[in-house]
Design a protein around this ligand. Structure first.
Ligand code: SF4
Length: 465
């Protein structure tokens, strides 16, 4: 019977196949092509968006943007791999009309057009909204850590800086003493090499000085050498490699990422209002309902959301008020009397407002020592002379936010917000950036989110009715 055979490689064709025929009518690459062709690249601020009338012609930024979006949709992110794809992948040949820019041109485009690429990502969201694909009825917030380029070995504190400085001092001293004892007949080349080695060690010393100053100025304990914007991040007592905190606001009905941000915040605790208000502004909405997990629990942020017309739903995550080894009354056993601004304890005595703790944005209430001394419940209440209870300054907003976070909402949040991160991390080698610092990582994440949203939209609209 034999095998199914292909055509002979030397066979000439009387009617050469068009490259158009190699790309399926419903291929994702056609959506990328149509989307980018519809963008106003001048308004978005792409470099070389207007053809130069003189000099060597440059690549159209639309072509390079198409190449990057295609790459991020297909797990090809490095400029060298994209260059290779231009020469061997039929879809990229079709997309770029057989142009094959070299890797440096490709890399320079991503480096030089960060804000414009972020604008293109935003433009796609607005196109989807205008097409009625989503209404942002309910938006789920979530954050995830993405690894920086820098390795964990580059995390330096004051001790590491001091140790390296001493090592450098010893090396410089060794070079200098070598120079002093060198034979006068030593060739000039060797002396030049020593001088250049010393200069490079001194330049590293300068870098260490700058890092030490930055630690003092910013009140930090560590810095990532070579990638100043990255921060050691991780959960609990596990490893904390240099990373960035990527925040997303996801439409729960469609799974589209409406807004995203790359930040150097180690936790999500201060991200509720910035993310919710940026999403609301991006979509020009009057009001917005957002759901988030307990990591976003923050009284000041809850109040800011209410002031801004944002209905936030997040379980509160409070660990204030001493319950001893767990046997003492929890704060919930004390009822708050808003009219009198006081607490009533389980024995019916009052705890009066004592002081404001501005650092924790809370108010401390204290029982009378005499009441506690004569109280039959004291063993269950406090080991001190009297009981204290703390109340957050934004307690009411925090409680309202907590009450709205019903289990169904939280289930919805989990389903909507965690799936996009899973997909994006899979396409980004497990969630690792190729570019450095906030400038580079923001551009890279915009490409990832744009690729995710395009593929998501294709999946949504291609489903049979
Ligand atoms: S120990 Fe003090 S605060 Fe606690 S129940 Fe008794 S009186 Fe109230």
């Amino acid at each position: 019977m034999g095998y199914i055979s292909g055509t002979d490689r030397g066979q000439t064709s009387l009617l050469p196949a068009r490259i158009e025929d190699y790309v399926a009518a419903d291929a994702a690459v056609r959506v990328i092509d149509a989307f980018v062709d519809g963008l106003d690249v001048v308004q978005l601020g792409f470099r070389r968006a207007v053809e130069a009338s003189t000099g060597r012609p440059s690549y159209d930024p639309r072509d390079l943007l198409k190449l990057y979006i295609y790459g991020y949709c297909n797990e090809v992110r490095s400029s060298r791999r994209l260059e290779r794809e231009c020469r061997r992948n039929v879809e990229t040949m079709w997309l770029l009309r057989q142009l094959a820019p070299d890797f440096k041109t490709v890399a320079d485009f991503r480096r030089d057009n960060g804000p414009a690429i972020i604008g293109a990502c935003r433009a796609f969201v607005l196109i989807c909204r205008d097409a009625g694909l989503f209404s942002a009825r309910l938006v789920a917030l979530d954050g995830s850590k993405f690894r920086a380029v820098a390795s964990g070995k580059r995390i330096m504190g004051r001790r590491e800086i001091e140790e390296e400085r001493l090592r450098l001092d010893r090396k410089i001293a060794a070079y200098l003493s070598g120079l002093d004892t060198a034979d006068a007949s030593e060739p000039d080349d060797a002396a030049d090499a020593v001088a250049s080695a010393i200069a490079s060690l001194e330049s590293r010393q300068g870098e260490l000085d700058r890092m030490a100053r930055r630690l003092d100025d910013e009140g930090r304990t560590t810095l990532v050498d070579g990638e100043a914007d990255a921060r050691p991040m991780g959960k609990g007592k596990g490893a904390k490699p240099p990373a960035y905190n990527v925040q997303t606001a996801v439409d729960t009905d469609t799974g589209l990422i409406i807004h995203h941000e790359v930040t150097d915040e180690a936790t999500d605790n201060r991200m509720l209002h910035p993310m919710a208000s940026a999403t609301k502004d991006e979509l020009c909405l009057e009001s917005l309902t957002v759901i988030a997990d307990a990591g976003y629990s923050n009284g000041a942020q809850a109040s800011a959301c209410e002031d801004d017309g944002i209905r936030a739903c997040a379980p509160s995550n409070r660990a204030v008020n001493n319950t001893g080894d767990g046997t003492l009354f929890d704060r919930r056993a004390f009822s708050y009397d808003a009219e009198e601004d006081r607490f009533i304890c389980p024995a019916g005595k009052e705890l009066q407002r004592k002081q404001v703790i501005s650092k924790e944005r809370s108010v401390l209430y204290a029982a009378q020592a005499a009441d506690c001394a004569a109280c039959p419940l004291k063993q269950q209440c406090t080991t001190a002379t009297r009981r204290y209870v703390q109340r957050h300054l934004d307690e009411d907003a925090l409680s309202r936010m907590h009450q709205r976070a019903i289990p169904d909402m939280m289930r919805l949040r989990r389903c909507a917000a965690e799936h996009p991160f899973g997909t994006i991390k899979r396409r980004m080698a497990g969630g690792r950036f190729l570019t450095r610092n906030l400038k580079g990582t923001r551009t890279e994440m915009a490409l990832s989110v744009l690729a995710y949203n395009i593929m998501r939209t294709i999946n949504m609209t291609s489903k049979p009715a």
